[in-house]
Design a protein around this ligand. Sequence first.
Ligand SMILES: [Zn+2]
Length: 148
Amino acid sequence: MRLLTHNLLICPVHKKPLAIRNVSAVDIIPVEYQPRFLLRMIPRLDWSLLRAAAVSVESDCVDALPEAAPSPSELPALEKAVESGDRLPLLDALQRLLLETHVVGGQLHCEHGEFYVIADGIPNLLADAAVNPSETASEQAACTTEGS
Ligand SMILES: [Zn+2]
């Protein structure tokens, strides 16, 4: 799952963004540099979610991401720089994070407590695939009681 895909995903039950947790595997797969596409994506991104995702996958691009997304009024200047062939550190970071960083194994956590498993790079976001830790905990408690 690319971080671009992750940024656009929501919890199937609560329609909320999902936090990447317990990452077990990440792949970096280089693709052709796409600065114009990345510029067009900036206004659509959940920037704080992207920053959190970059931390979750321990990307070395974290420091290249400003705290807030470039504002719409800043985009024309960035566009101009791209057209004149400049490499911008911000777009290099977005290229690496959004297009080239794949979460292969991990979990997607909803703020309501349940989570969804990412296996072989594919997040299982079917509502009935949600793992509810409180239910799991009570099942475990029941087993412990039986055993003792
Ligand atoms: Zn949810």
